[in-house]
Design a protein around this ligand. Sequence first.
Ligand code: NAD
Ligand code: IMJ
Length: 257
Amino acid sequence: MATLNGTCGLITGVANKRSIAWAIAKALARDGARLALTYQGERLLDNVQELAAELDRPLLLPCDVTSDIQIAEVFQTIEREFGGLDFMLHGTAFAPREELSRPFVETSREGFRVALDVSAYSLIAMSRGAAPLMAARGGGAIVTLTYLGSDRVFPNYNVMGVAKAALEASVRYLADSLGPQNIRVNAISAGPIKTLAASGISGFGGILQVYRDRAPLRRNTELEEVGETGRFLLGPESSGITGEVLMVDSGYHVMGL
Ligand code: NAD
Ligand code: IMJ
């Protein structure tokens, strides 16, 4: 059912066809939403243009989330082109590669700053930009992507775990901050999926195997499952849910041993 006909949304975090943000974008577009996709820099424009050809008249906008100027330009363009905003998917995360292999105690001040800036602060900055455009429509929904490494220790996840803890706390504070404007803020905590952000992580294949062996569903999480959950949390069916971290991980997190 095309429940999102007439709605407009912003998607960050599409790098290629395996990006979780792209899986969510496709699910939203299938339901009738009009989308704006941001790309991190010229390096990714070709990829995103190719994917965008599958959508109906998407806006493609450059946005490095560490730049306040680029963030401001994104929302100016959306106001001009869409006149408002119904939902936003935040799918950006980054830590300097060396921080994901060194012992955690060696985390550098700069590595910590970059990881928290790109992966957590950016949700606050983007939500601030989106809020007036959503309020103009009577409300909206914001979703970000997180991982269980925010409260359990996973080898090498390191400063990203700290960034995801800050991100999840930000979801709760933003839910309270924006709730009076009828803007909901939630996170999806996905099980491990082989995307660009997982490539080159040593031992990732072993982590996928542990999930397959131990999760109640005895299988890994599929991109389409996160896509459908994103569509749910960004759409009208989840109107009573805010400040929540929804686990989409084949149930892995419930196990003790
Ligand atoms: P991905 O590499 O496709 O997506 C990460 C995105 O972050 C890319 O599009 C990249 O361009 C963007 N990005 C990085 N730095 C940026 C910056 N400065 N400005 C703008 N964009 C920037 O990988 P993914 O796995 O789809 O990751 C998306 C989200 O899902 C991340 O938040 C990640 O932590 C989360 N997540 C991933 C997994 C997994 O196993 N793949 C599991 C749980 C959560
Ligand atoms: C990433 C590193 C270590 C362990 C990991 C991951 N596990 C999972 C991931 C167990 C599931 C993927 N994930 C959830 C992420 O959030 C990844 C973030 C990430 C990945 C990279 C790789 C390339 C790089 N910087 C990165 N920054 C963040 O240079």
